[in-house]
Every structure is written in C-alpha cells, then in structure tokens.
Design a protein around this ligand. Structure first.
Ligand SMILES: Nc1ncnc2c1ncn2[C@@H]1O[C@H](COP(=O)(O)OP(=O)(O)O)[C@@H](O)[C@H]1O
Ligand SMILES: [Mg+2]
Length: 250
C-alpha cells in the first residue's frame, strides 16, 4: 500500500452546540482518489477545510506530508498549500478576467514564472482539460461545465500533489458531470495526483474512487473500495445507496 500523505486523528469540531465532527479519523494514500460521500450538512466541507488548514479543529491531530500541522500558523499553512489544488463548491472564476488571466492568477502571485512560461502552462493545461485555444474568452461566454474545467486548469496550474474537489459535478447535467469524472481520472493518470473528492453523486463516486467512505455522525466510516461499498449491508450505506427516507440518516 502507498504511504499516507494525509492523516486525521480523532478530530472534533463544534459550532456552538452543533457537534459536527466527533472523533473523525481518515488516512489518504499517495496517488489514490478518495471519495467522501455523505448527506448534506453532515460536515464534509468542514472536514475538507480542516485538512487544508482553512479551519482549525477543536481537538485532534492533522498530519500532512508526514508533518504534524495541527498547530501550524497561517504562514506555515500557506507553504503546505502550495502543494494543494482546489476545486471548491461555488469556486467561481473571476468574471472580469479572461480564461488565460484566470488560470495564470496563482502563477502570477507566486512570482516564479516569466510571461512566456505562464503562457505555456496555460496552453498546456487548456489542452489537458480538452479546451485548447480559449485563452481570450471571458467566463460569461462559457457554459457551466466549461467553467468547471477552467477552474480545474487553474487548480492544477502550480502542479499540486493533492487536489481537493468539493462537489465538482453538482449543478452539471449528467453528460457534463461524466466529462468532469473523466477529467479527474485523466489528471490522476497523467499527473499521478492524489485526489480527495466530496460528492453525493453516487455515479460519479463509483467512476472515480479507489476508496470511498461515508461521512455521517461526525465520522467517516465504511471505508472500502466502490465494489465493497456497493455490496455493504451496513444500514447507513444501504440507505445512502437507495435514497430511502427511512433509516439511520434523517
Ligand atoms: N463557519 C461555520 N460556522 C458555523 N457553522 C458552520 C460553519 N461551517 C459549517 N457550519 C455548519 O456545520 C454543518 C456542516 O457543514 P458542511 O461541512 O458545510 O456540510 P456538508 O456536509 O454539506 O459539506 C452545517 O450545519 C453548517 O451549517
Ligand atoms: Mg459541503
């Protein structure tokens, strides 16, 4: 088995009297696509924010790339985040910037690239996402699926080791959603990237996942391969798979 590059140990997080994470454990292996499934409002985005240092846990330990980052300050986190790419829910493109400027945004901020290098990376990434030559288009000229793809081209601009997707197919029709799934698989295969994906799109989950886990009751449980998950007799998994309104998930 590959090494774990992200480890969450016994994480707790509450907002007032809402106890969202209650002893959550998770390990993400190098090179895998790990899908977190779970009902709305159960804390999936909160968990992702804890992994990426955008929220601090109340207690518990977070390890990233073998380092204990639990007490990291913002400056130290920004160093870690250089190896992270994000495609977050509602992560919009900047409307006033064209596609090229959107993708080059983080490259520019890093101040490590010449104009030519940035143009080359933009060109290469647009080819990778299957939208070559749209550098000068404005976001308003793009469909929802295209915007997501450009968001992905931006997310991989700095060659991340891990990419985090928060509901990447939500709001897309089934054909566009499949396109994003194929792209997630392609990035994994071509860039050997590790992916952590939150979704409640089961079809998407089973198309992309090496392992899945169910986020419920403050924990991630039933971690298994898609096939094991599909044949699980666990009542929570069964309810999630069938969409039944009666069961442990209310
Ligand atoms: N910064 C915050 N302050 C207060 N409550 C929050 C905050 N972030 C999330 N929550 C609450 O935590 C719960 C889980 O949220 P979230 O992780 O976004 O759910 P989901 O599983 O749908 O991604 C929700 O009840 C949400 O209202
Ligand atoms: Mg969410």
């Amino acid at each position: 088995m590959s090494e774990s590059i992200i480890k969450l140990h016994n994480i707790y997080k509450s907002f007032g009297d809402k106890h969202i994470l209650q002893g959550l454990n998770l390990e993400i292996h190098q090179g895998e696509t790990f899908v977190i499934l779970g009902p709305s409002g159960c804390g999936k985005s909160v968990s992702l924010k804890i992994i990426t240092g955008l929220l601090a846990p109340d207690c518990g330990k977070v390890e990233v790339f073998g380092k204990d980052v639990s007490r990291f300050n913002e400056h130290q986190w920004s160093d870690i985040r250089k190896d992270f790419g994000f495609l977050f829910q509602n992560a919009a493109l900047f409307d006033s910037l064209n596609v090229e400027e959107n993708i080059a945004f983080t490259l520019k901020q890093s101040k490590q690239y010449s104009k030519e290098e940035m143009a080359h990376i933009v060109d290469k990434n647009l080819q990778l996402i299957g939208l070559p030559g749209i550098q000068k288009k404005m976001p308003s000229e793009l469909s929802g699926g295209m915007k997501k793809r450009v968001g992905l081209a931006r997310a991989i601009a700095l060659n991340p080791k891990v990419i985090f997707y928060d509901e990447p197919t939500t709001g897309l029709d089934p054909i566009r959603a499949s396109g994003i799934d194929q792209l997630i698989n392609k990035l994994k295969d071509t860039l050997n990237i590790t992916s952590v994906v939150i979704t409640h799109d089961l079809k998407s989950a089973f198309t992309i996942a090496d392992r899945v886990g169910l986020h419920f009751d403050g924990k991630i449980s039933n971690i298994s391969t898609p096939n094991e998950f599909k044949s699980s007799k666990n009542p929570m998994v069964q309810q999630f798979l069938t969409g039944s309104t009666s069961g442990p998930i209310q």
